[in-house]
Design a protein around this ligand. Structure first.
Ligand code: SF4
Length: 364
């Protein structure tokens, strides 16, 4: 056992998302790896483990806690302009070479990421919710590392956040199971899912299975969660027209109202050979999204360089309804009912604390 795992193991609690197998063996159900955990063994994520027939899971700490604009997650159709108190733990069930949160996600795999331990702070769900109130947050969001591998912690925080009248959301790689998604749904309002590629081989390279991510997107939508999808467009990795069309067509089949964010890659972590994504590539990807029938397509990470693709346009009359620059809202024109003020078309999203899929009671 390393010093890192010793420190992390001190911040654990009994897990709930597992099934009992023969003897003291357990099967973890928190993510699509469904690790079989014999006594004393750890899962692929390294943070969940079988301790004498009991599943121990991360609980009671954060390694990142910050008040952010909800647009930074990014959610563009979820309480625009609101503050999201965002918390994260450590570890991940995948190992993407271009991870932009690698310090927190790869802590148990990459010794260079051990620095993240410095940010570990013990905390309770109640303290997170109190802090959310103090910073004026309307949302509590689990992000920075993969939240599904710490689903019990997220569920406990979200339950208390809901009781305090807050919305809840996750920023996930979508490598989930129906069991964990169904368990979280009663306390979860929204989920942002990364769809990194439509090629099964690419997902294997990143340490996941494409079909599980596609299934998670479809199930999250069916369960009534507000879903936004992000594809980080990496030159030479997933930027062919064919692949972008395939991604957009899949999302449009789930729902044409599902916002798709195509975002620009910049060299990070171990992926140094690919070029940064140029604006033309993002514009091409966004055009494909619109042509495939998606009503809300956004181009991110290159503020001011992507024509109208930072704005929410009415899908019927094309009038700009929310104008943005980066994470900032420059203009908000949705009606109080979440409709286009010109043609009255309802705009899909969660625009208020009233639970609605196509407009709510009040804008920001
Ligand atoms: S969360 Fe995923 S990777 Fe971690 S133990 Fe469970 S099934 Fe395995």
């Amino acid at each position: 056992m390393t010093l890192v795992s010793e420190i992390l193991d001190a911040h654990t609690a009994p897990g709930r998302f597992f099934s009992r197998q023969e003897g003291s063996t357990l099967r973890c159900l928190a993510c699509a790896h469904r690790c079989l955990l014999r006594e004393g063994r750890r899962g692929i994520c390294q943070v969940r483990f079988n301790d004498g027939g009991e599943l121990r899971v991360p609980w009671g700490y954060v390694a990142g806690l910050q008040a952010d604009p909800v647009e930074k997650k990014p959610f563009f159709h979820l309480l625009p302009g609101s503050t999201a108190l965002t918390f994260g733990m450590l570890g991940c069930d995948m190992h993407c070479d271009y991870c932009q949160n690698w310090l927190t996600s790869q802590v148990l795999r990459d010794p260079a990421a051990n620095l993240a331990l410095r940010y570990l702070e013990p905390i309770t769900p109640g303290e997170i919710v109190t802090l959310a109130g103090q910073v004026g947050a309307q949302l509590v969001v689990s992000s920075y590392n993969e939240p599904l591998i710490t689903a019990e912690w997220a569920q406990d925080v979200f339950r208390q956040a809901r009781e305090a009248g807050l919305k809840t959301a996750m920023v996930s790689n979508g490598h989930g199971t129906p069991e964990v998604l169904r368990a979280l749904a009663p306390v979860l309002d929204a989920i942002k899912i990364d769809l990194k590629s439509m090629q099964a081989a690419r997902y294997r390279q990143l340490g996941g299975v494409l079909q599980h991510v596609l299934d998670t997107i479809a199930l999250a939508h069916d369960l009534g969660l507000w879903v936004e999808v992000v594809t980080l467009v990496v030159p030479g990795f997933n930027d062919s027209a064919e692949e972008l069309w395939e991604t957009a067509r899949f999302l449009a089949r789930v729902s044409p109202d599902l916002p798709w964010h195509v975002t620009a890659f910049h060299k990070d972590y171990r992926m140094q050979e690919a070029e940064n994504t140029p604006a033309e590539t993002l514009l091409r990807a966004a055009d494909i999204g619109r042509e495939a029938g998606l009503r809300y397509v956004y181009a991110g990470n290159l503020p001011g360089q992507v024509e109208t693709y930072e704005n929410t346009l009415c899908p019927h009359c094309q009038q700009p309804l929310i104008r943005r620059r980066g994470y900032r809202i420059l203009e908000y024109r949705l009606s109080t009912e979440g409709r286009c003020p010109h043609c009255q078309t309802p705009i899909a999203g969660r625009w208020s604390h009233a639970h609605s899929s196509a407009g709510g009671a009040a804008g920001p």
